[in-house]
Design a protein around this ligand. Structure first.
Ligand code: HEC
Length: 162
């Protein structure tokens, strides 16, 4: 009898723990943490907790396999850390720059369109995971990247591991 239910108990504890981790994550982000650069002109915006969580979820399911902890597996020279984003052309250290990248990604110097190589909404025929993303989703993913770049010391600081 007990044996039959043990997996149910394990699963319940596991999911309860997940929910706990999720809310702990949300709670520890202050307003200041969630305030990021909106555009190159220097305007700022504060994401809501809900937006930050949603951005984290989407980044985790679509981007993190190549960008774990803000690094870039197949091109460690182009990471998602504050410095890397700031020195890209155009600048990617703001929400509009990142949303633009997710729509029309380019090489680091801005010269070459890489939508056929990098997931983008403009190439969702090749990257179906980008197909259903709304502008709000892109905004939240961009916000998540900028929040992490700001608050996580390890974000985008990894060494080459491949
Ligand atoms: C298949 C692996 C892969 C996936 C999935 C992926 N990326 Fe990338 N990303 C890369 C590579 C490789 C580069 C470096 C491109 C280059 O400049 O050659 C890159 C570059 C970037 C850059 C430019 C960083 C800079 O410093 O200028 C941003 C921003 C970015 N990715 C965001 C994302 C986001 C957001 C997602 C999820 C929607 C995502 N990536 C999913 C592989 C990936």
């Amino acid at each position: 009898m007990l044996k039959r239910y043990i997996w149910l108990v394990v699963a319940t504890v596991f999911f309860a723990f997940q929910i706990f981790i999720d809310s702990a994550f949300a709670l520890e982000l202050s307003d200041a943490d969630r305030t990021v650069q909106l555009n190159e002109q220097g305007d700022k915006v504060t994401l809501s907790l809900k937006q930050a969580k949603e951005g984290r979820r989407l980044f985790g399911s679509i981007c993190a396999q190549c960008h774990p902890d803000g690094n870039t597996k197949t091109n460690p020279n182009v990471k998602l850390g504050q410095q890397d984003l700031a020195f890209a052309t155009p600048r990617r250290d703001n929400i509009e720059g990142l949303v633009d990248f997710m729509k029309n990604p380019t090489t680091y110097d801005g010269e070459i369109d890489i939508a056929e190589l990098h997931p983008a909404t403009s190439s969702s025929d090749i990257f179906p995971e980008m197909r259903n993303l709304t502008d709000d989703d892109l905004y939240n993913i961009a916000g998540h990247i900028l929040i992490q770049a700001k608050i996580r010391p390890s974000w985008g600081r990894g060494k080459t591991f491949f």
